[in-house]
Design a protein around this ligand. Structure first.
Ligand SMILES: *Cc1c(COP(=O)(O)O)cnc(C)c1O
Length: 386
């Protein structure tokens, strides 16, 4: 048992006495000890076991074990949200005076953590455009402790060569942390290329049906030990119910990502032929500036397509208002196709100048291609562009 699909389906926590086939849901805050000696041994970490669900729970443990296998990681942890995973990682690994080097196009709330929260504790950051590879090395300072990136980025779908960046991080003894939310481990496994930690918003493709929030951190054992120490005592725990949902969802991750990617490629190819469209970005379109890197490190293009509609903000908003099937909502990675206008939603906290620097043009629209029939998805987009 070593193939991705099988691991995603068959990795399971121990069955209860009822011998259920699907994993049981363990809604319990704490666990009973057999005797005083077992309680003492567990509290002193001499014996492994469940004590309290802020520390561990069979459902969160199953999700951690599965994500480690799928990402090829030694160890992991899960959190209540993707942002909790990102904040926990920074808080656990950084001290006052440390510096984070990040790609400029990080997720909106990650940007807020870097610019508004971490400076309170003396942790600084700087940004480099993901695409400007010649600038990464010179941006590393003696205090740089973490390189933090997303690839593909949101919403510009830019891509960086993970093998190259992994080598650069190693050369400078800096940790490489990758937010792998857009690709998922089915499409890209950053640890293979030298990432020390991989982070997910499980809210997106890992759940894949827009139901629950969750976060995942996997990677090197010694780093996860720090993450665990912070998380056990500060409490960003994932609820067992959400862990159960996400773990069940992973059983269909491969088949979902194949379909998301197949439909997204069809949509991207169709958009490229439309006269109303100024620009289309999708990793597996040969016109993508980093197409060669994409096909080297990604198994498929993923479900996100971005395009710029001619006519700026006004035309962009008009397009969104005319959509009938496709939802206007802040999420992505759902079975339902979603359209967003990053300039007025996810990236609205950035200044106009910061937005343009990040490649977020006023008419830019991001489509998270869902699992509906592709003809219906394209049909809705076609009528809304008219
Ligand atoms: C959504 C998202 C997050 C934040 O995850 P939440 O589960 O909403 O907290 C972080 N990074 C990326 C790339 C995301 O898309």
């Amino acid at each position: 048992m070593e193939n991705f699909e099988t691991l995603a389906i068959r990795t399971q926590s121990e069955r209860s006495k009822n011998n259920e086939h699907s994993t049981a849901l363990h809604l319990t805050s704490s666990y009973v000890f057999d005797d005083a000696e077992q309680m003492r041994a567990m509290f002193s970490d001499e014996v492994e076991g469940n004590i309290y669900s802020r520390f561990s729970n069979p459902n969160t443990t199953e999700l951690i074990d599965k994500m480690c296998l799928l990402e090829g990681a030694e160890a992991g942890w899960v959190t209540a949200t993707g942002m909790a995973a990102i904040f926990t990682t920074f808080a656990a690994l950084l001290s006052s005076g440390d510096h984070i080097l990040a790609c400029r196009s990080v997720f909106g709330s990650t940007h807020s953590i870097l610019t508004k929260l971490l400076p309170k504790w003396g942790i600084t950051h700087s940004y480099v455009d993901l695409n400007e590879t010649e600038k990464w090395e010179e941006a590393i300072t003696p205090n740089t402790k973490i390189i933090f990136i997303e690839t593909p980025t949101n919403p510009a779908v830019d891509i960086i060569d993970l093998e190259w960046l992994g080598g650069l991080a190693k050369k400078h003894d800096v940790l490489l942390v990758v937010d792998n939310c857009f690709a998922t481990p089915y499409i890209q496994q950053p640890i293979k290329y030298g990432a020390d930690l991989v982070i997910h918003s499980a809210t997106k493709y890992l759940d894949g049906q827009g139901r629950v929030l969750g976060g995942v951190i996997v990677g090197k054992q010694e780093l996860i030990d720090e993450v665990k120490l912070f998380a056990r005592h500060s409490g960003p725990a994932l609820s067992p119910f959400n862990a159960w949902i996400i773990s069940k969802s992973l059983e269909t991750l491969a088949i979902r990502m194949d379909r998301h990617s197949e439909s997204a490629l069809k949509l991207a190819e169709w958009l490229e032929q439309q006269s109303e469209v100024e620009l289309v970005k999708y990793p597996f379109l040969p016109s993508h500036p980093q197409y060669e890197i994409a096909i080297k490190q990604m198994k498929a293009g993923g479900g996100i397509v971005t395009f710029v509609i001619k006519g700026g903000v006004e035309k962009g908003r008009d397009f969104l208002d005319k959509l009938q099937l496709i939802s206007m909502t802040a999420n992505l990675g759902d079975s339902r196709t979603i359209a967003t206008h990053p300039a007025s939603t996810t990236h609205s906290k950035l200044s106009e100048e910061e937005r343009l620097e990040t490649g977020i043009l006023p008419g830019l629209i991001r489509i998270s291609v869902g699992l509906e029939h592709i003809d219906d998805i394209i049909g809705d987009i076609e009528q809304a562009m008219g």
